[in-house]
Design a protein around this ligand. Structure first.
Ligand SMILES: [Zn+2]
Length: 102
């Protein structure tokens, strides 16, 4: 749905990110995928759009975002921050980005 709207408005699509993809469980310490796994990647493939990566469902991300200090600032070396950094690197390296900043 969102993608149709972006196309109509000529907003360039850099790719697809899976948000709240997984979380580390307090109970058992394992990684759970509450919405299943691979859905966003499959959708990206269907659309011919790059799959940029996953952001975990994480309390520290939520607290930092609400408090105005993103986790990439407060804990840049954390795994959560690395997932954002990887996605940013993918975008910056993409053709769509090169065209958008021209
Ligand atoms: Zn569990």
């Amino acid at each position: 749905k969102g993608i149709d709207m972006f196309n109509r408005m000529d907003v360039p699509l850099f790719g697809i990110i899976e948000n709240m993809a997984s979380f580390i469980c307090d109970g058992c310490g394992k990684e759970h995928h509450p919405f299943g796994s691979g859905g966003a990647r499959a959708e990206a493939e269907k659309l011919g759009a790059p799959f940029l990566g996953e952001i975990p469902l994480d309390l520290d991300i939520r607290i930092g975002s609400d408090g105005g200090v993103p986790i990439v600032v407060s804990r840049p070396e954390s795994p959560q921050s690395r997932s954002f950094q990887r996605i940013a690197d993918e975008i910056v390296a993409s053709d769509a980005y090169a065209q958008a900043i021209r």
